[in-house]
Design a protein around this ligand. Structure first.
Ligand code: ZN
Length: 222
C-alpha cells in the first residue's frame, strides 16, 4: 500500500519507495530514475497497480524528461582498483532477456555489448550517465562478491535485474529496488551461486567509507 502525503509546501512525504513511485506517477523523475521505475514496474505487476491507482487519483500525466549529457570522464575508482580479476566473458546474448524494455531503451545497447570496466576484482561497472544531478550505472557483481562499504550524500536506488544481493537493509531479488541514503553505510554482497546484475541511480556522488574508501576520498579530496 502506497502512503504518500503532500505537505503545505507541496513536498511529498513518505517512505523512499512510495515517494519514488509517486514521483513516477506524477512525471517528476529524472530520465534514469524514470527508466528504473518503469523497469521495476515491468517486472513487478503489483507495483504497476499502485501506480495506476496514483495516476488515476492524481490525474497526472507522465512527462518525458530530456536526457542529460552522457559524461565519459575517466573512472576514478578504476584507476585505483586497477587489479584485474580473471578475464570474464561478456554476458551471453541470452542475458539481454534480463533487461526490461524501458531500461533497454534508456541504455541504447544490448547488455551483451556493454563495455564493462573493472571496478575491483569481481565487480564491474558501466557508467551510463554522470552529471551534476547524479549518476546511473550498471553493475555486474560476481556471485558471492562484495562492493566496498560506502555511504551516499544523496539517495541511491538499485534495481536488481538478475541474481540477488544483500545489504544491511535486507535481501533483494529480481525486480526489487534497494534504497540507500546518507544514513546507510552499506556493503552490498551478491548471493552465492549466481552473478548479480543491477541498475543503480544515485542523485549525488557516493562517499566511500572503510580503509580503502578513506584512501580514495583523500586522493580525490572529498
Ligand atoms: Zn550504495
Amino acid at each position: 500500500m502506497i502512503s504518500v502525503t503532500v505537505d503545505a509546501q507541496g513536498q511529498m512525504l513518505g517512505n523512499p519507495i512510495d515517494m519514488l513511485l509517486a514521483g513516477y506517477a506524477r512525471g517528476l523523475l529524472s530520465m534514469p530514475l524514470h527508466a528504473l521505475v518503469a523497469s521495476h514496474l515491468a517486472i513487478k505487476p503489483d507495483s504497476r497497480r499502485f501506480v495506476s491507482a496514483l495516476e488515476s487519483a492524481g490525474g497526472s500525466v507522465l512527462e518525458a524528461v530530456a536526457p542529460g549529457p552522457v559524461a565519459d570522464r575517466e573512472r576514478r575508482l578504476a584507476a585505483i582498483f586497477a587489479a584485474e580479476d580473471a578475464p570474464s566473458p561478456v554476458p551471453p546474448a541470452a542475458a539481454d532477456a534480463i533487461v526490461p524494455l524501458p531500461l533497454a531503451r534508456y541504455l541504447g545497447r544490448p547488455l551483451s555489448e556493454v563495455p564493462w570496466r573493472t571496478l575491483l576484482p569481481g565487480v564491474k561497472e558501466f557508467k551510463i550517465e554522470d552529471n551534476a544531478d547524479g549518476e546511473s550505472s550498471l553493475y555486474w557483481i560476481r556471485a558471492g562478491r562484495k562492493i566496498p562499504s560506502h555511504t551516499h550524500d544523496g539517495s541511491e536506488f538499485t534495481l536488481v535485474l538478475s541474481g540477488a544481493f544483500s545489504d544491511i537493509n535486507g535481501h533483494y531479488g529480481r525486480g526489487d529496488i534497494a534504497v540507500a541514503d546518507s544514513d546507510v553505510d552499506h556493503r552490498p554482497t551478491a548471493d552465492p551461486g549466481a552473478d548479480c546484475f543491477c541498475f543503480a541511480v544515485t542523485d549525488a556522488p557516493l562517499r566511500l567509507t572503510g580503509p580503502i574508501g578513506r584512501i580514495v576520498q583523500r586522493l580525490f579530496g572529498h
